[in-house]
Design a protein around this ligand. Structure first.
Ligand code: ARG
Length: 547
């Protein structure tokens, strides 16, 4: 933790002088009377110098302004209580404080919609989780690029093209609504009608080899999908640095396969290419008819990204069911000696209805994201009819984002609009309300953020609680980054909002006569606004103006 880094560094040196070489691990304590805990000494209970080490640490802590008190438990856990009055001065400029010294360059691959299909509820989690990981990385200063990796190539598109050709549907007159109907029909026909299947395979070959007419029809379909996709993404406040897709790597695949074959990394097996790596089962690289698989394009995509975007790490955000695909991809990338990067699959669970089944429309179809947005919008409007369109829009996105990020990404959760829009409890509405309240207070007192008077007025227990909660931001950021888990920050946002609300209700700030005391409360309130907004921006939530 940066805030207490000077202290942890000094403890580290003290330990080193007694032959103990390790990083000092500071954790948030769950004991009421203390704030942090250091566990390093537990395993050195029988160290010959343990008493001397403790005396030296005590001397150091006693002389520090930042520490109010400390104690060692019988097992040598070290408990620390912070001097909130002195720490408050270090809490300003949170945006600078969270910047990292060691920057990483990262690519995040998320969203991944497929051509011919509208964005549906299954895209909500990858979009929210991906955006939050992206923004959090940006905020701490990492160099991160997002790529949507469209599923815009291969068999599904070939089926659509073949279907249109057979049904005499003009590619110039296609609309997105037509396309959304064509896709499921074509895919049904593909599995039941052999003739259609063969024709589609034929089309797919022509597409891969860039045959002019098929390619130009593909282009029309792809542009149509992309336009509609961008419209929906705009409503939901998403954008990408790269809009590449499977189609972007088609040209790279023949050479890639040729090289791998020459190097003995892949071999023919019944017409298909399989990886020469001995795994169980063996990894299939192309199909027996020579057509490409999901893994073929993902391998080539790694090559394209290597050429075009400088990076050390790649994150793939897809649902848990694709775990095996990514295991095989990462195995193969390493076996094929592709430039070595850190690869990680960021998996997530499903969104279910109240019965625990995946959320669908009433008639069992895929629930479109625009429809889900509209449902939530209307619901919030009913509860609060005085909100402006802009604020309603903002709150709708807050609800769809916050409730989604609150659960650990690996677990499924139940979609419950009533619960998610409640004004109390862990909801997007609650956290927005807290920051609106804080802004309003500052506005009505028409004060700018005052400078802190030193020495400051003694802090009450609720002031203290809020300040310590704000100071803890680094822990939650750290956890969220380390595990690519936005829920740590989503829960933290609730914690600070809750701490602020209790502080606010208790203080009656408007009625405080003493200037110094009032200023201090306003100072703390503005700190809360800064922190709440920073966490919101990590989550992809825009602070609402009025509620
Ligand atoms: N289009 C894929 C799907 O619908 C997701 C793509 C994820 N990214 C990747 N590089 N494979 O499941």
């Amino acid at each position: 933790m940066n805030l207490l880094k000077s202290i942890t560094d000094q403890i580290c040196n003290l330990l080193l002088s007694k032959g103990i070489n390790e990083l000092v691990d500071l954790r948030v304590s769950n004991i009421d009377s203390c704030d942090y805990q250091i566990n390093n000494l537990v395993k050195y209970q029988n160290h010959s110098d343990i008493n001397l080490i403790k005396t030296n640490i005590s001397r150091l802590l006693d002389s520090s302004d930042l520490i109010e008190s400390h104690n060692f438990t019988e097992n040598q856990f070290l408990n620390l209580r912070i001097n909130a009055n002195s720490i408050i001065q270090n809490l300003e400029n949170v945006k600078n404080n969270v910047l990292r010294d060691n920057k990483e360059s990262v690519i995040i691959d998320y969203g991944g919609p497929n051509i011919g299909k509208p964005l549906h509820v299954g895209h909500l989690r990858p979009l929210n989780i991906g955006r939050s990981i992206y923004l959090t990385n940006k905020i701490i200063g990492n160099d991160i690029n997002s790529d949507i990796h469209l599923g815009d190539w291969g068999m599904p598109v070939a089926q659509i093209i073949t279907y249109c050709e057979l049904e005499g549907i003009s590619f110039d007159e296609l609309t997105i609504n037509m396309l959304e109907e064509i896709y499921p029909n074509a895919s049904k026909k593909y599995s039941s009608d052999n003739d259609f299947k063969e024709k589609s395979q034929e089309t797919n070959k022509k597409l891969s080899s860039g045959e002019k007419e098929v390619f130009s029809n593909w282009k029309k379909i792809s542009e149509l999908t992309l336009t509609s996709l961008k419209e929906t993404l705009l409503i939901l406040n998403h954008d990408f640095d790269y809009w590449w897709g499977e189609s972007s790597v088609n040209d790279l695949i023949p050479d890639m396969l040729q090289n791998l074959e020459n190097e003995g990394k892949i071999e023919k097996d019944d017409g298909a290419f399989i990886s020469s790596q001995i795994t169980d089962p063996r990894i299939l690289i192309t199909k027996s008819d020579g057509s490409y698989l999901y893994i073929t394009t993902d391998l080539a995509t790694a090559l394209l990204r290597n050429k075009q975007i400088s990076h050390e790490k790649v994150l793939y955000v897809t649902d848990n069911r694709q775990k095996l695909h990514f295991e095989q991809l990462f195995e193969s990338l390493s076996f094929f000696d592709f430039p070595s990067k850190e690869y990680e699959h960021v998996g997530f669970g499903t969104i279910n209805d109240s019965n625990g089944n995946p959320l669908k429309t009433r008639d069992g179809g895929n629930l479109k994201l625009v429809d889900l947005y509209e449902q939530a919008y209307n619901y919030i409007q009913e509860i609060n009819s005085t909100l402006s369109e802009t604020d309603l829009h903002c709150l709708t996105n807050t609800v769809l984002t916050y409730s989604d990020l609150l659960t650990n990404r690996k677990t499924d959760y139940k979609f419950d609009l009533e619960k998610f829009t409640s004004v109390s409890g862990k909801t997007g509405i609650y956290v927005q309300y807290a920051q609106v309240r804080a802004k309003k207070l500052i506005e009505t007192l028409s004060e700018q953020k005052p400078t802190l008077q030193i020495p400051s007025t003694p802090l009450g227990p609720l002031d203290r609680k809020l300040i310590i909660a704000l100071a803890n931001i680094e822990f939650h950021l750290e956890l969220s980054l380390k595990n690519n888990e936005p829920h740590h920050l989503a829960n933290y946002l609730y914690d600070i909002s809750n701490a602020f609300n209790t502080f606010y209700q208790d203080s009656n700030i408007k009625k405080i006569d003493d200037d110094a005391e009032r200023n201090q409360k306003i100072f703390i309130t503005s700190l809360f606004i800064e922190y709440s907004h920073l966490v919101m921006s990590c989550l992809g939530i825009t602070p609402v103006e009025k509620m």
